[in-house]
Ligand binder design. Structure first.
Ligand code: WQD
Length: 343
């Protein structure tokens, strides 16, 4: 069995990727500091995949612990790196927390990979590296703009760290950066999904928490943008589609199909939906009338962002299969399951 390290594997996208890996008979070990997830996710993963992945709780910023980990796991073939802080607003309030956590952890990981001759890494990046794009749909050659937040900047810097480290260590390291658009939805089992701690930053968890009564009202940030209905446009992508792309990227390297030592792919659907489209579609799939109010714009928001998915479609042979209704339906079923569990 091929053994894969998944950092951040108890998190939202990490847990869905671990399920896909286990269902394809990979052996998985997770490192997570549980700062934004719960160890109970491991039991849910086991219920879905029939296998409980190995798990170790520690901070990747602790180089000694990471080196000890690799001494005890000498058979790791590849790494999928999710572990990072990702709240845009929090990063603006506390930039050093983000630079320390997201950059130091990544440098430690790459150093340990080189020390242990582990050649393949899939890196969790974000469309946020594009800033406000000059053209749409945005492709991988679009200029990288000044990041709108320290969070986005850490993604840009980590991409550069990866590219330059690969270039300086050719033959020893290969990497694929996957630029996610807006990850959404949950596993069809409703056993795993997005578990925002505290008040959600992202739109969909706020929608489902409003619908279930945890939040009083959804604020739609901005109704005066130059879009059809005045609200922002985003490319929402189902988390299971996203997870499946990680396996394809991993196997592209393991099976020696990568075309250059460092590759980048957009992971989106290529379709942009507005915030108000999401509200209306959610009401349709859930049957719940959403209490919302259009308020002022949120600082740092860009007006429109959706992906040109040609490269991933043609090079990876991957295409998103789940549409907005399925994303919102699975997100809603997950919220309902959470309510049942917490009764
Ligand atoms: C989407 C739209 C909001 C909440 C960020 C990161 C990205 C990724 C996802 C990590 C915007 C509007 C939101 C609300 C609203 N991060 N909104 N009311 O900002 O596109 O992307 O999160 O994986 O890298 O940049 O996502 O869900 O916060 O916002 O009206 O209560 O929904 O204004 O237009 P965003 P988001």
């Amino acid at each position: 069995m091929t053994k894969v390290l998944v950092t951040g594997g108890t998190g939202f996208i990490g847990s869905h990727t671990v399920v896909e890996l286990l269902q394809k008979n990979y052996e998985v070990v997770i490192i997570d500091d549980l700062s934004n997830s719960s160890e109970s996710v491991l039991d849910s993963i086991e219920k879905i995949a029939g296998v409980k992945p190995e798990f170790e709780k520690f901070d990747l910023c602790d180089k000694n612990k990471l080196q000890d980990f690799f001494r005890r796991h000498k058979d790791i073939k590849a790494v999928i790196h999710f572990a990072a802080k990702k709240a845009v607003g929090e990063s603006v309030d506390n930039p050093l927390l983000y630079y320390r956590n997201n950059l130091f952890s990544f440098v430690n990981l790459l150093e340990c990979m080189l020390e242990n001759a582990i050649k393949f890494i899939v890196f969790s990046s974000s469309c946020t590296v594009y800033g406000e794009p000059d053209y749409l749909p945005v492709d991988e050659h679009a200029p990288i703009k000044k990041a709108a937040s320290p969070y986005g900047n850490t993604k840009q810097i980590c991409e550069e760290i990866l590219e330059e480290t690969i270039s300086a260590n050719n033959e020893k390291l290969e990497g694929i950066a996957l630029r996610y658009f807006n990850p959404t939805g949950a596993h069809e089992s409703a056993l795993i999904g997005e578990l925002p701690i505290g008040i959600p930053n992202n739109l969909i968890p706020f929608v489902t928490q409003t619908a279930i009564g945890k939040r009083d009202k959804l604020k739609v940030f901005g109704g005066d943008y130059e879009t059809e209905d005045g609200s922002c446009i985003r490319d929402f992508i189902h988390v299971v589609d996203l997870a499946k792309a990680h396996i394809i990227a991993l196997e592209r390297m393991i099976n020696l199909k990568i075309q250059s030592p460092y590759e980048v792919f957009n992971l989106g659907t290529g379709v942009g939906y507005s915030v108000l489209d999401v509200v209306k579609t959610f009401e349709k799939v859930s049957g719940v009338k959403l209490n919302y109010e259009i308020v002022g714009r949120r600082d740092g928001d860009i007006m429109q962002m959706y992906a040109d998915t040609n490269l991933a479609n043609h090079e990876l042979g991957w295409k998103a299969e789940r549409g907005l209704e399925q994303m919102l339906d699975t997100a809603w079923k997950w919220e309902l399951a959470l309510k049942e569990k917490n009764k």
